[in-house]
Design a protein around this ligand. Structure first.
Ligand code: GLN
Length: 530
């Protein structure tokens, strides 16, 4: 079932095996027709996570990178669309030599080829493959068939882990294993037998339930692992290890077990929970609501980055989501921003709520509240500064007002050409790009190095024609591309503001629990001082 934590479970298994000294990589399979996650609406699918090589993927890739503390390549992400696209490309290219190309076995064979290629590229001992969706649904059947074929090819090298939801219905207050029993049978019906079952429930499993699941799902009770709700997602590897999951998997895979060194992870988790002060941070933007629910999934990497940086600073953060459209309706509401120790404006697209965001940035600049702008949050910080400090009254981003006289944020000439030809596809700057940092700036001081690489996902840039005026008015472009053409970081000097900094890139994609991002750490430090 979606949403019960397959991604975190996979990532946690990765952390455990890595802490035992194995090299590990992880692959995510999404059973959509979409070729990548780039075209999916965030309110429907959650965050689009961008890899170093620019591939737009599912947020679980972010979980893997965070738990494994490693950057993953695009071969580690596949969708139904991507797999079919490759098979059809090959067919058109006569690579099947006149044979009939069939859903089975050609599609599963391509899935297996990709799994093996990912394994080869990463040169690892263990490759984790997460199959999205629910057992029994139509969409993921070819991936399960791939798993079956792979296991048939190398029976001793494949372990099957099933994550199953074990409900405790309110009215009976008892844990029910029946759905797990049916799921296990569904899995059998596609020729697979689980070696391990992770039982996701609100509470830990008792021995009786373990035995029941074992009996009806055909495995030994020790291989039924309790996966109760936990306070922090980062607890999950520690919890799994309590049930000896790492050792069990080594046993199934015929690997010699080694002790797990989870101490650094445990120290981090302890810090996540025991921050000595709570700081209130507001995320200002749109995309927050779906019906009555706040969609924090859209900003998962930002949220996790804040947690990592908070732990590094021995504090805790409490996040609130503020809808910027409210400030457009009633400017007096901006006063609420004073209750917060810091403000973040994350990435975004389109015009909704933008004027409200610009008013919020003006407010925090004037009231010296720490501000961190990510991508759109940087662009709008530049627009605000242009309008209200540099005196460029009609300043705007071309994304919203393409015919404005002063588009301080605009497309670069090469992109304009492409768009004029109706070729929207290649107009985003995606993936990792180098950036030089200027001496004596917050950015340079935070990173402790003069050249960095960060991941991008945007179309617009600071307009080269506006740089002179903005700089004269006091805005500092502390990070620029190696050829000096693209402005990557904007900030105000410390003497003017405790922390007003925006990045054209998305630093949140590179923050890890054991390697918090330097700019998030610097932001939290400034927030803690406030
Ligand atoms: N909409 C902006 C652009 O395309 C910012 C994108 C983002 O925040 N990821 O440039």
């Amino acid at each position: 079932m979606s949403g019960i934590g397959k991604g975190i479970a996979t990532a946690s298994i990765g952390r455990i095996l890595k802490s035992k000294g194995f090299s590990v990589t992880a692959i995510k399979i999404d059973p959509y027709i979409n070729v990548d996650a780039g075209t999916m609406n965030p309110t429907e699918h959650g965050e689009v996570f961008v890899l170093d090589d620019g591939y737009e993927t599912d947020q679980d890739m972010g979980n893997y990178e965070r738990f494994l503390d490693e950057s993953l390549p695009s071969i580690n992400y596949m969708t139904t669309g991507r797999v079919y696209q490759e098979v059809i490309r090959r067919e058109r290219n006569l690579e099947y030599h006149g044979k009939n190309v069939e859903v089975v076995p050609d599609i599963p064979l391509e899935v297996i080829r990709r799994i093996k290629e990912a394994q080869k590229e990463a040169e690892v001992d263990i490759t984790l493959v997460e199959i999205g969706g629910t057992i029994g649904e139509y969409q993921n059947i070819i991936f399960l068939e791939a798993a079956r074929m792979l296991r048939q090819q190398c029976p001793d090298d494949v372990a099957v882990v099933m994550l199953s939801y074990v409900p405790i219905p309110n009215n009976i207050g008892e844990m029910k294993t029946k759905p797990t029993q049916y799921a296990s049978r569904e899995l059998n019906s596609v020729g697979l037998q689980a070696d391990v079952i992770l039982a996701r429930a609100s509470a830990p499993l008792d021995q009786k339930r373990k035995e029941k699941i074992a009996t009806f799902c055909n495995i030994v009770p020790d291989h039924v692992i309790s996966a109760p709700d936990v306070e922090s997602i980062y607890d999950v590897p520690i919890n799994f290890e309590k049930d000896g999951l790492g050792k069990i998997l080594c046993g199934v895979l015929g690997l010699k077990d080694k002790p797990a060194h989870l101490q650094d992870w445990e120290n981090f988790v302890a810090k996540v929970k025991n921050g000595n002060r709570k700081l209130n941070i507001a995320v200002v933007g749109k995309y927050f609501m779906s019906g009555d629910y706040v969609l924090s999934d859209v900003y998962i990497s930002v949220i996790e980055s804040l947690k990592h940086a908070a732990a590094a600073n021995d504090v805790e953060v409490k996040l609130s989501y503020l809808d910027s459209e409210e400030y457009e309706k009633d400017a007096s509401k901006l006063e609420e921003l004073k209750q917060y120790n810091g403000i973040i404006v994350p990435g975004g697209f389109g015009s909704r709520g933008v004027e409200g965001i610009i008013s919020a940035i003006k407010f925090v600049r004037e009231n010296k509240i720490p501000y961190f702008g990510l991508c759109y949050g940087m662009q709008l910080m530049v627009v605000e500064y242009a309008r209200n400090v540099a005196g460029i009254e009609d300043a705007h981003t071309a994304e919203i007002k393409p015919d404005a006289k002063n588009t301080v944020i605009d497309l670069m000439p090469e992109q304009k050409e492409k768009i004029a030809k109706g070729n929207y596809g290649g107009t985003m700057r995606l993936g990792s790009y180098p950036c030089k940092l200027k001496e004596g700036t917050i950015a340079r001081e935070s990173y402790g190095s003069s050249e960095i690489n960060e991941r991008h996902r945007h179309r617009y840039e600071v307009n080269p024609n506006s740089i002179g005026k903005l700089t004269q008015a006091g805005l500092k472009f502390s990070g620029v591309s190696p050829d000096d053409k693209l402005m990557e970081i904007a900030e105000l000097p410390k003497k003017d503001h405790p922390f007003l900094l925006g990045t054209q890139f998305h630093p949140e994609f590179k923050s890890r629990p054991l390697n918090p991002h330097p700019l998030f750490v610097a932001f939290i430090k400034a927030v803690a001082k406030k």
